[in-house]
Design a protein around this ligand. Structure first.
Ligand code: FPP
Length: 235
C-alpha cells in the first residue's frame, strides 16, 4: 500500500499543445482538459486524497487573446452544469482561491453556488485556483499583516510558518505533492510559499491525456520519496 498525499496541487498544462497536435482549436484542448478535471477529481477522492488544488486560471492568463479568456471563463459553467450531481454523490466539497475581482460575475455566481451546495460534504476538497497568482497573494498577505501590526491588533512577532495564516490556503492542509503536466518544469507563480516542502512531480503528458493511471503513477512515485524536511533519515 502506498502513502496517499493529503493535499495534491496540479498545474494543468498542455491543453493548447494537445489540441495543436490533433489539428484542433485551442478551445478544444481546454474542453478536453475540463473533462479530465472531472476524472482526476473523482479518482483522487476515491484514493483518499483530502484536498486537490487545480491551477485553472492564473493572474497571467489575462494576457491571452480575449476569445480564449472568455472561453476559459465559461468552463466553470460547463463543469458544474455537467458534473455537480456527481460531485455531490461523491461527497466532494468545492472551494476556490484567488482574487475574485475581474472574474466575470457569471463564473463567480456558479462557483459560489457550487461552494454553498457542497459545503457540508465530507469527502475531498476540490479547490480551484481562479485568477490566482502567488506573488499577488503574498503582497496582499503582507499588507494585511502590516495593517494588523500598525493598528496594534497584533505585535510584530511573525515566526515560523505563521505567515501561512494570511494566505488563501490558510484552512487547507499542507501541500504534499505538486504535479505539473506537459513536460514543463516551472512553478509559474503557483503556491510559492505553500510548496516550501512539497514533493515535485513532472509528467510529460499533456493535461487532457493525464488520466487516472497517470495520477496513480504520480502518487506511487510520491510514496517512494523520503520526506526529510531538512532533517536526516531516521534509519
Ligand atoms: C494551460 O494549458 C491550461 C490552462 C491555462 C487552463 C486550464 C484549465 C482547465 C483544464 C479547466 C479548468 C476547469 C474549470 C472548471 C475552471 P495551455 O493552454 O497553456 O497549454 P499550452 O501550454 O500547450 O498552450
Amino acid at each position: 500500500m502506498t502513502t496517499i498525499p493529503e493535499h495534491v496541487a496540479i498545474i494543468m498544462d498542455g491543453n493548447g499543445r494537445w489540441a495543436k497536435e490533433k489539428g484542433k482549436a485551442r478551445s478544444q484542448g481546454h474542453f478536453a482538459g475540463v473533462k479530465r478535471v472531472r476524472d482526476i477529481a473523482i479518482h483522487a477522492n476515491e484514493l483518499g486524497v483530502r484536498c486537490l488544488t487545480l491551477y485553472a486560471f492564473s493572474t497571467e492568463n489575462w494576457k491571452r487573446p480575449q476569445t480564449e479568456v472568455s472561453y476559459l471563463m465559461s468552463l466553470p459553467e460547463f463543469f458544474f452544469n455537467s458534473y455537480m450531481k456527481e460531485i455531490m454523490e461523491n461527497d466532494i466539497r468545492i472551494e476556490m482561491i484567488g482574487e475574485r475581482e475581474h472574474i466575470p460575475s457569471a463564473a463567480l455566481k456558479i462557483f459560489d453556488k457550487a461552494i454553498k451546495t457542497s459545503k457540508d460534504n465530507r469527502g475531498m476538497i476540490l479547490n480551484f485556483a481562479m485568477n490566482y497568482g502567488s506573488i499577488d497573494e503574498i503582497n496582499v498577505a503582507v499588507r494585511k499583516y502590516t495593517d494588523e501590526v500598525l493598528s496594534k491588533r497584533r505585535s510584530n512577532d511573525l515566526a515560523g510558518d505563521e505567515f501561512k495564516n494570511y494566505l488563501f490556503t490558510k484552512d487547507l492542509p499542507e501541500v504534499d505533492l505538486l504535479i505539473r503536466t506537459s513536460g514543463e518544469k516551472r512553478l509559474s507563480n503557483f503556491l510559492l510559499y505553500q510548496l516550501a516542502y512539497s514533493e515535485l512531480y513532472f509528467s510529460d503528458r499533456y493535461w487532457p491525456d493525464f488520466d487516472e493511471q497517470a495520477l496513480d503513477e504520480a502518487i506511487k512515485d510520491y510514496g517512494m520519496r523520503q520526506r526529510r524536511y531538512g532533517g536526516l533519515d531516521e534509519d
